[in-house]
Design a protein around this ligand. Structure first.
Ligand SMILES: Cc1cc2nc3c(=O)[nH]c(=O)nc-3n(C[C@H](O)[C@H](O)[C@H](O)COP(=O)(O)OP(=O)(O)OC[C@H]3O[C@@H](n4cnc5c(N)ncnc54)[C@H](O)[C@@H]3O)c2cc1C
Length: 491
């Protein structure tokens, strides 16, 4: 592939984030020159690959970590409203691509699968009922159902109700409009549109090694072809570091003040994946439970129907593990390389103030296959070991940030770090991730290309692509858009 001397935008990494940003930019101003640089030989091979994430369309319909309870037992739903709005924003953009004929078959990446929360024990059941009551009053969640009856749960997720005894206290809720996502397939299709419609290509097998400021242009992006060892430097007006787990190591090399104090802690993951089609076909649900006390939000166990490459699958997890790599295809030196004079206080602060997390990780790493099967048996009492196998999930790098009081804090969400003028932005963190990619990339767009988002033409185009853009989401707007998008995406 022949490189230009200068680009308007270089995106590092060919995952869902770079794909979304590059496509938004090209749709708003097709004559901008955009290059995507990827160290592997295909797109969507790290966190965005279908088997590397759980494929949940995170919209807070079932994930209990978005609805904490206050001291008086009131369930707070503000975070849930925010996540739900962001996922609907993503769905609106994807439905725009389908309506424009740019994505042919929505079933290739999105499938309706009801979302459930399921808990055991009286206190948890009471919490779930309070959450149900709070949800019932809000238009985003008012289709929620709740039950403490085993019979009802047998209709919702029969496989999980085999061999249950009368004395088990359980409760569950359900929202029908949940989704199962194949983010890998979606990402590949976004890159396909970029190449076919906008002549925007991915430079494969090429690792970005450094990004330096320059007087004449904004940034010099230094890269190496990993097959030939050839080095190259390309100019860019804007850079987006969407390198997933690899973002932190690159950010640390960029000379901007905003990067100071950031560190990262890698957490690897594993799933139990079902091999028995008879079992797989008996479950049609995503069922999220509660994380253990003191366990991090990403440890919430769930049993999920998946649709990957046209095949129904069943996945349970995640189980956390430890690997010093920042990417699944990364280096064992990644963690060591990320520790420097600037972030030692934040890293130490996080370690010292999060000892339960360390304990959780140590326990998870020590789990045998049978221990994992026992965790699954909390969901499926009669799960047989021969029906399940372990699969390695994607690698997460939890962001560590400077904190005035504790030295450092551990962030579980995504974090944008930008230079003041917005010409370079880096995305750190992984959750809720791909589901909210459109909202996050609209934020990057506003910072990096304000002229595209504030012009009359740009505003008009954006509200066509994403009707929620810059609007107050009222019940009327929400209901109308939900109905429209449901039809276009064939949900
Ligand atoms: C276990 C797990 C479960 C998850 N579950 C969900 C879920 O259910 N729902 C959801 O919405 N999200 C989920 N996520 C999060 C979601 O997968 C991520 O937020 C999303 O895929 C991140 O996309 P990305 O484009 O930022 O990164 P990635 O998809 O990781 O892409 C980054 C790319 O950058 C490349 N790269 C790295 N360094 C360099 C370099 N120096 N030069 C060139 N290329 C480079 C990598 O090879 C990679 O291809 C999950 C994540 C994990 C790990």
């Amino acid at each position: 592939m022949e490189l230009r001397k200068e680009y308007d935008l270089i995106c590092v990494g060919a995952g869902i984030m770079s794909a979304t940003l590059a496509l938004l930019v090209k749709q708003l101003k097709p004559d901008l020159n955009v290059l995507i640089v990827e160290r592997l030989d295909k797109v969507a091979q790290e966190s965005s690959a279908a088997w590397n994430n759980a494929g949940t369309g995170h919209s807070a319909l079932c994930e209990l970590n978005y609805t904490p309870e206050d001291e008086d037992g009131h369930v707070k739903i503000k975070k849930a409203i925010n996540i739900c709005t962001q996922f609907e924003t993503s769905k609106q953009y994807w439905s725009f691509l389908v309506a424009e004929g740019l994505i042919k078959d929505p079933k290739s990446f999105i499938t309706p699968v009801p979302h459930h929360s399921w808990v055991k024990g009286k206190d948890n059941a009471d919490y779930l009922e309070n959450r149900f009551k709070a949800f019932k009053e809000h238009f985003m969640f008012n289709t929620i159902e709740f039950t403490r009856e085993v019979e009802k749960m047998q209709q919702w997720f029969p496989l999980m109700m085999h061999n249950r005894t009368e004395d088990e206290v359980m409760a569950a809720s359900r929202i029908d409009r949940g989704t199962e996502m194949n983010y890998g397939s979606l990402t590949a299709q976004l890159f396909d549109i970029l190449e076919k419609q906008y002549d925007t290509k991915v430079l494969f097998n090429t690792e970005v090694e450094d990004i330096d400021p320059d007087h004449d242009v904004e940034w010099l992006v230094k890269m190496e072809n990993l097959n030939t060892g050839a080095k190259n430097t390309v100019d860019a007006e804007h850079v987006f570091i969407g390198a997933g787990g690899g973002s932190l190591l690159l950010l640390q090399k960029v000379e901007i003040d905003e990067k100071d104090g950031y560190g990262g802690f890698p957490v690897s993951g594993e799933w139990l994946v079902c091999k028995n089609p008879d079992i797989i076909n008996q479950h049609n649900a995503k069922v999220y439970s509660k994380a253990g006390i003191g366990d991090p939000p990403m440890s919430v166990p769930h049993l999920d129907t998946r649709f990957i490459n046209g095949k129904r699958e069943l996945l349970f997890g995640p189980f956390a593990g430890f690997s010093p790599k920042f990417l699944k295809e990364g280096s064992y030196l990644d963690l060591l390389k990320s520790i420097n004079f600037d972030n030692i206080p934040s890293m130490w602060g996080v370690f010292w103030h999060n000892l339960p997390l360390t304990k959780y990780l140590v326990e998870q790493v020590a789990m045998s296959f049978e221990d994992r099967m026992d965790s699954l048996r909390v969901f499926l009492k009669d799960a047989k070991s021969e029906d399940w196998e372990i699969m390695v999930a994607g690698q997460r790098v939890q962001t560590i940030k400077k904190d005035e009081f504790e030295g450092g804090s551990l962030e579980f969400g995504t974090q944008l770090v930008s230079s003041k003028d917005g010409r370079i932005t880096c995305l750190l963190g992984a959750s809720p991730g791909a589901s909210t990619s459109v909202k996050i990339m609209l934020d990057v767009l506003e910072k990096a290309f304000p002229e595209l988002t504030t012009s009359e033409k740009g505003k008009e185009q954006l509200s066509k692509m994403v009707p929620f853009y810059k609007k107050e989401v009222t019940k009327e707007l929400f209901d109308a858009q939900l109905e429209r998008v449901t039809q276009v995406l064939e949900l």
